[in-house]
Design a protein around this ligand. Sequence first.
Ligand code: SF4
Length: 689
Amino acid sequence: AAMREQSIERTKTVCTYCGVGCSFEVWTKERHILKIEPTHGPANGVSTCIKGKFAWDHINSEERLTTPLIREGDRFRKASWDEALALIARRFTETRRQYGPDALAFIASSKCTNEEAWLMQKLARAVVGTNNMDNCSRYCQSPATMGLWRTVGYGGDSGSISDLEKAGLVIGIGTNTAESHPVLATRVKRAHKLRGQRLIVADLREHEMAQRADLFLRPNPGTDFVWLSAVTKYILDEGLEDRAFLAQWVNGLDDYRQSLERYTLAYAEEVTGISQGQLRQVAQEIVQADGTCIMWAMGVTQQCGGSETSTAISNLLLVTGNYMRPGAGSYPLRGHNNVQGASDMGAMPGFVGGYQKVEDQVVREKFQATWGVPLPENKGLDNHEMVHAIHEGTLRVMYLKGEEMAIVDSNVNYVDEAFEKLDFFVVQDMFFSRTAQFADVVLPASPSLEKDGTFTNTERRIQRLYRALDPLGESRPDWEIIQLVANALGAGWSYAHPAEIMDEIASLVPLYAGVTYERLEGFASLQWPVLPDGRDTPLLFTQGFPFPDGKARLYPAEFLPPVEVPDAQYDLHFNNGRMLEHFHEGNMTFQSAGITSKVPGTFVEISPELAAERGLDSGRYVRLISRHGAVRLRTLVTDRVQGRQLYMPMNTPDAQQAVNRLTGSHTDASTHTPAYKDTAVRMEILPDM
Ligand code: SF4
């Protein structure tokens, strides 16, 4: 037994799935993963969900890429690293010489580490010379970040996950928290059950959190902005606002009050379908609660008015004095394990690391002094603009790592056509993904268990992950691959370990100024902003807000109604999102046999009313047809959905039947986040197969 024990390694890691950031030890013997043991994770304690515990079969999957691949006609052949890198360097250089650096674009991955996101944006800016750089926060939480920048200055959760338990009231809007952020949801469930915390949920679908809620609001699709604004106006009209907080910490009340004029309770009832009585109750619950936290996710952000609604949420919290103390504030729940970090690292078109603007000369000079090259001055293309630019012929080359754009971007038929048009496409992934099928060169990357680095979770918590296994075959950690590409282009980088990359990040990004690998040893963690002496910030706002006068700003926003309202031709509202067992499109979780046997494919939820009207039951094949495409899948009749609203999980083993065959190219007005939730379809019943 002692010998057996000796060959077992225990390595601390951070979950590779959602933004909760659970950490635990992984027990390995050679390449076998024996056990996941949560012991004292700062975000999760001793909990994990099904994915963190069981969804690790992707590590040793036979589908893993183990060598670089190069396209030859319609086929791919194995290639050496030297050959692949030489080809990439030649094509990047030729394109830059002929068309300029902005003919190239780069996509970082929010499944990769901070250090890898940093190197990707450094490659784009300092080596190639373009700000055409983005990551998948564009698909999810950019509108939440925009709403928070406008009002409170930092785009992050304003407290810790554990602070949620201290709130008197938690409001969840457009977040299926029990399935999308399971371990975080347990905090709310526990406080609700044991401490008498109040819970209000606003959503289209009666998911688990809605069933547990004290008050469940079911607004018409895409109308959250209206009921939030009406509740805020009612609070102001009734004199229920936190006057002391507003006087000391907030600017802009008069203009904001004026902007609310049309949002009466009667108007809100008409637009949202929520009764005036329920709206009054929401207002009363907020002003009576000892601290209100509002959590929100894709149901809010993936709409044409996602930024406006996120702004309205933060405005409501300001008016009621719900910032600057534990158990109050905004919780935009981040999706991927490192979506917060990828944005923090500047994998965005308008910001270098730490949300420092590329258009700011002082910022550019600071980076130039360290990197030794001038940086491009103008904001680059985001990933939505990149797809259009490829169609227009101005963007010719793309280097994408760890993103399944050809499934997860909206209107994928349009994305497919764009990828076909690229002159040269490099895809870096663990698997031969659907996106890789469009590539010219595919580079084999390593999963989280095969690399060192850091992730930053939804509560701004920076945590280390340690290499538990050697990379499979010739695959490599992404940071090593990016360095190889940079050096093939003549960069001369010499990072020997991600710790050295973090030292560079800390020297250039004030939010990470005091981060070192020593301070993150084992299960230690830090929440940004981290001061140079290592003091961190579990509660984001303590001494005011990061504006010149220290005051937050009420920001007058406007209602942007949905554009695909069901009509005679497309008569059903098509909602979509996550499920507990699978993660996003499912490229990783479908590799785990246990999980796939539990949930083998996708389906569409239809309401009992609609099922009765159409003579349908569960398990029947239907075709859903939108203005943008069609899918074929089975029905699941459930009273989680109501009326003429459908719900389809976004994961599928069959890309031809993916959610984004149906979604369109319309976006949130301020951030270009696709309005995935703003989709109308019609349904045809197919003969039994
Ligand atoms: Fe991983 Fe999220 Fe589940 Fe935690 S809650 S184990 S971070 S997927």
